[in-house]
Design a protein around this ligand. Structure first.
Ligand code: CP
Length: 304
């Protein structure tokens, strides 16, 4: 049966650990893998904008000896036909699909229709390849998830869900400082598992970030809404409501700065104080670079 990667909670914990350890090896010795997926084709399907997801998947499959075909949703006939027929057709020509779709339900329809594995390149519910890159970054610094604490400050969204799923699989302690939930992102089953685990705490108390080794933030407004005039009023409300939760150095006064994480794109002066972006403990660019290494590991896992 084909394996789809829609969300990290559907991957066995041992497979997630394998993906991380394999990514470490592939990052160290990339030349060993130049023909690992020779002749394989990845379809990259985008309904939304991207810098990292597009660049890392396209470079990644190329570095493994395969090639990528880029398809913009709006200029393709995915936009005008039931997804399952288009998914069935493209499966005749490609070995793997990575899709960034706005709605989780559309992604599920794509995966159900496709005869090849589908990787979620970020929907409104989950961002699993970002979660894997985040885990790789934490693993590189600690070598042991069970000894680290991560705090996420921001809106509870797709990235927060992927961190919860990643924490449940690896034993990472996670503090979610999330005074608001993105509509459409809430996963009641996942959060019930989080509550049962004893690993994950949900709070509105910003001071809890002082307990963490890694502190992470993300945009307060989804990319498709950032310049959307119809969203302007809600954007203004959110920015005002979230400003007290900006990730800033002052939160850590009297202790060493934790590792600073952000999945990018960054909005300096909003979710993060500009001075923290390139602070000595920032791992933001390592985290972004790790998308490439962990996605190579993931594609190898799915197609080997
Ligand atoms: N973090 C992330 O997914 O980046 P892009 O939106 O640029 O792909």
């Amino acid at each position: 049966m084909k394996k789809d990667v829609i969300s990290l909670q559907h991957l066995p914990a041992a497979d997630i650990i394998h993906l991380i350890k394999q990514a470490v090896e592939m990052k160290k010795e990339p030349d060993k893998y130049t023909n690992a997926l020779s002749g394989r084709v990845l379809l990259m399907l985008f309904q939304k904008t991207s810098t990292r997801t597009r660049l890392s998947f396209e470079l990644g499959i190329g570095q493994l000896g395969g090639r990528a075909v880029m398809m913009d949703w709006q200029s393709s006939n995915f936009a005008i036909s039931p997804i399952r027929y288009e998914a069935k057709y493209v499966s005749r020509h490609v070995d793997l699909i990575m899709a960034r779709l706005i709605k989780h339900e559309q992604l599920l329809e794509l995966a159900a229709g496709a005869d090849v594995p589908v990787i979620n390149g970020c929907c409104n519910r989950y961002h699993p390849t970002q979660g894997l890159a985040d885990l790789l970054t934490i693993y590189e610094k600690t070598g042991d998830f069970s000894r680290a604490t991560l705090a996420y400050i921001g809106i509870h969204n797709n990235v927060a869900n992927s961190l919860v799923a990643g924490a449940l699989k690896t034993g990472l302690r996670l503090i979610l400082i999330t005074p608001e939930v993105n509509p459409g992102s809430w996963d009641a089953d996942l959060m019930a598992a989080a509550a049962r685990s004893g690993l994950i705490e949900v709070t509105a108390d910003l001071q809890k970030a002082r307990e963490a080794d890694f502190v992470y933030t993300d945009t307060w407004v989804d990319m498709e809404n950032f310049h959307n005039p119809a969203y302007a009023e809600e954007k203004e409300r959110r920015l005002k409501m979230m400003m007290p939760y900006q990730m800033r150095a002052e939160i850590f006064a009297g202790r060493e700065l934790p590792y600073i994480m952000h999945d990018m794109p960054i909005h300096p002066g909003l979710e993060i104080e500009a001075g923290l972006i390139e602070a000595p403990t920032s791992v933001i660019y390592e985290q972004a670079e790790n998308r490439l290494h962990v996605e190579k590991s993931l594609m190898l896992y799915l197609l080997s």
